[in-house]
Structures are given as C-alpha cells and as structure tokens.
Design a binder for this molecule. Structure first.
Ligand code: FA5
Length: 372
C-alpha cells in the first residue's frame, strides 16, 4: 500500500480508476456466473473476493489517498465489492439447491432392493425333526424323559437283557469308555436310547408313557446311511392291560402325523433282547405307494422299489426288563419302540446322503428355513 500523500492524484492510481474498477467487477461477476459447482465457486470467491483479489488490493489503495479523494474512491470500490459479494451469495444459493436436488435423486433409497444383511442362522434339521417326532407323542399324552450319553454298561446292556456274549457288546459296535472294576459297571457311549427305558421305570411308578429323543453312538463308519453319531427317539409304555395292538395304534398315529394321513404300516418279525415279541416297523412308501414294485419302468429311489420303508424297531417289553427295573410283571405289561431320527429326516425331506447332515455346511441347513 502506498503511503499517504497530499499531492496524490487519485486518477493516476490505476486500480482505482472507474474503468478499472468496472472491469474488475465485470470480470468477477462473469467468473461467478460461470462457476458450475460449489468447488469452482469457492475458487472464484478466493480469486475475486479474497484478501489478495484485485478489488481487495484496490481497496487498500484508498487509505493512501488524500482524505478528499477517499470518499468517492471508497464508494466506487465498495459498490463493486458489494455487487461481487451479493452475486457470490446468490450463486452459492443456486448451486446448493442444485446439489441438494441432485443428492435427493442420487442417494434415494430403493426399498424394493433385496437386502444384504448378514443372514440369520437356522436350527439343524435333525433338531427340528426330532422335536416334531417328539411333539406327535407329546400330543398323545406322552412325557419326555432323558438319560446320559455316557452310560453305565448295566443300563445300556445288562438291564436290557443283553447277555454277556451278545455281539452288540463287542468292540465292533460299542465305544467303551471304562472297563468294569471292583464290581462297578463299566462305562460306554450309549449305543441306543433304550437305557432311558430303565431310567424312566426306576424314576417313576407305572403307568409310564414316555418318549426319549437323544444322541447315540456306534463304531459305524460314516457313509450315506450310517453315522457313528446318530439320533433315536425311544418310546415306552408300561400300564395295565397293554397289548401290541396299542403299539400298532401309536406307530400309525406317528406315521400319519409325520408323513401322511392315509399311509399304511406293517410289522415284520425281528429280534431284540429287551422285547418279546419284537418287530421291525415299516411304513408304506409315501412316494410310490407300492406302485414301483415289480415295475422296472417306474423305479422308486425312496424305497428302492420295495414299496415299504423301515423306520425302526419295536416290541412288547420283555418281562425280564420290567423285573430288572422293579416293575410288577403280574400286574403290568408294556411295549417300546426306537425310531431313527436321521432316517426320518431322510424320508421326510428327501435327504439322500447322511454326510450332508454331519458336515455342517450352512447351505444344507438353511435350505430348511428358519424353523424354531
Ligand atoms: C435299536 O437301537 C433298538 N434299541 C430299537 C428298539 C427300541 C427296539 C425299543 C425295540 C424296542 P436298531 O439297532 O435297529 O434298534 O436301531 C434303530 C434305528 O436306529 C434304525 O432303524 C436306524 O434308523 C437307526 N440307526 C441305527 N444305526 C445307525 C447309524 N449308524 N446311523 C444312523 N442311524 C442308525
């Protein structure tokens, strides 16, 4: 800035000449009008209204003028600066409005788009199928009983009338945990849910109507239809006047509730040490209903064209078992069954390979939905 000078001629100070002030003003207004974004307008503001802008520098020259010349020069430069400030404000408003409208369009939320939230997990279908099986019997008045997965050999075998030389007691079938010692029973991973029969009978007085879903273990290789860890649903009824006809009725009610209202069942003679007589339970194939039997043109994968599907074992409780559990066999009789849960899941949902049930692939589990 020039020093005050009484002989100073304002007309000679170039930045303060009217034409020059008008040119600076026009240049600023043109730049403001041409700014097409808030970023560009910011640059224009610094260039034409900032401390180092031509009009700001011209304003500084006013202080160097003789007092008589200051008013006119101040009016001229001040007017130009005011016009520039107003134009900046207006342009700022317009550009902000344009930006807001653009954001509203560009950032609109499409509520119809598919969501990408982390999916919720699903319960394993073995759990839900075991619950559905259990519920059918609970609906008939049965209560749920439990037993440990690590079981005394006495409950798993002896009390169920397995003689010491029964093949199921050899290393082929059973995970033995502790050998018997000092008169104490050995420990095994239970090979079936049938020991819960004994526990239920020791825990309560007849009449007994219980079901026991649970995990069981055998030294079987994992393949399409076997797993070393699998699940069963045990059922036990002990009451006065109980016959095999009641067993047929209960099994029919289960098959109808689980697979279809009009499916037939049949009992095939079998052997279990703890039931006499014993039977394997078959149900009519719910896919082909027997139509595939003897028809090579229409084979059925579900039943292997047998027309029937085996779902478990059952029988009238052997009086020796009732005696081991302290039940008066002169007064009470009973029946029991053991159904495979994996097998039920395979038939109910068309699962063909047991590997799918144990490998933990979430794509298998989530296909069954979020059932709880
Ligand atoms: C028993 O385990 C008897 N406790 C059933 C029983 C209970 C009979 C009460 C009489 C009275 P079984 O060994 O057949 O029987 O097994 C019953 C079911 O368990 C089979 O039908 C099958 O569905 C299932 N199962 C057996 N072994 C395996 C395995 N390794 N993997 C998957 N499921 C199996």
């Amino acid at each position: 800035m020039s020093a005050p000078n009484s002989s100073y001629d304002p007309v000679e100070v170039t930045p303060l000449q009217p034409d020059e002030v008008a040119r600076m003003r026009e240049e600023a207004l043109a730049a403001i009008a041409a700014a097409d974004s808030l970023e560009k307008l910011k640059e224009v503001r610094i260039a034409h209204a900032g401390d180092r802008s031509p009009l700001a520098l011209a304003n500084r020259e006013i202080g160097a003028l003789p007092p008589s010349a200051r008013a006119e020069a101040g009016k001229r430069v001040g007017g130009a600066r005011r016009d520039v400030a107003e134009a900046l404000k207006e342009r700022q408003t317009v550009l902000e409005e344009e930006r807001d409208n653009r954001v509203l369009v560009e950032e609109a939320v499409d509520v119809t788009l598919p969501w990408d939230r982390v999916p919720r997990g699903a319960r394993h279908p073995l759990t839900t199928v075991a619950e559905r099986m259990t519920d059918i019997f609970v609906g008939m008045g049965f209560e749920v009983a439990e037993g440990p997965e690590t079981e005394a050999e006495w409950f798993n075998f002896d009390a169920l009338n397995f003689l010491p030389d029964h093949p199921a007691r050899t290393m082929q079938d059973t995970f033995f945990l502790e050998a018997p010692s000092g008169g104490e029973s050995g420990l095994v991973l239970r090979t079936h849910t049938s020991p819960v029969q004994i526990r239920a009978l020791l825990d309560r007085e007849p009449p007994v109507y219980v079901v026991a879903p649970g995990k069981t273990f055998r030294t079987d290789e994992l393949d399409a239809t076997h797993s070393p860890v699998f699940h069963q649903l045990e059922g036990l009824v002990v009451d006065e006047g109980i016959t095999m006809a009641h067993l047929r009725g209960a099994i029919d009610a289960f098959v109808h509730g689980m697979f279809g209202a009009d499916l037939r069942t049949r009992f095939r003679p079998s052997y279990f040490p703890f039931t006499e007589p014993s039977a394997e339970v078959d149900m009519e194939c719910f896919v082909c209903r027997g139509a595939s039997v003897g028809d090579p043109d229409a084979p059925c994968r579900t039943c292997g064209s047998e027309g029937w599907i085996e779902i478990g074992g059952c029988g009238v409780v052997n009086p020796r078992v009732l005696t081991a559990a302290g039940v008066d066999t002169g007064r009470y009789s009973g029946w029991a069954f053991g159904l495979g849960v994996e097998r039920t899941l395979m038939f109910a949902h068309g699962v063909e390979d047991m590997h799918d049930m144990v490998e933990g692939d979430i794509r298998f589990t989530s296909a069954f939905g979020m059932e709880i």
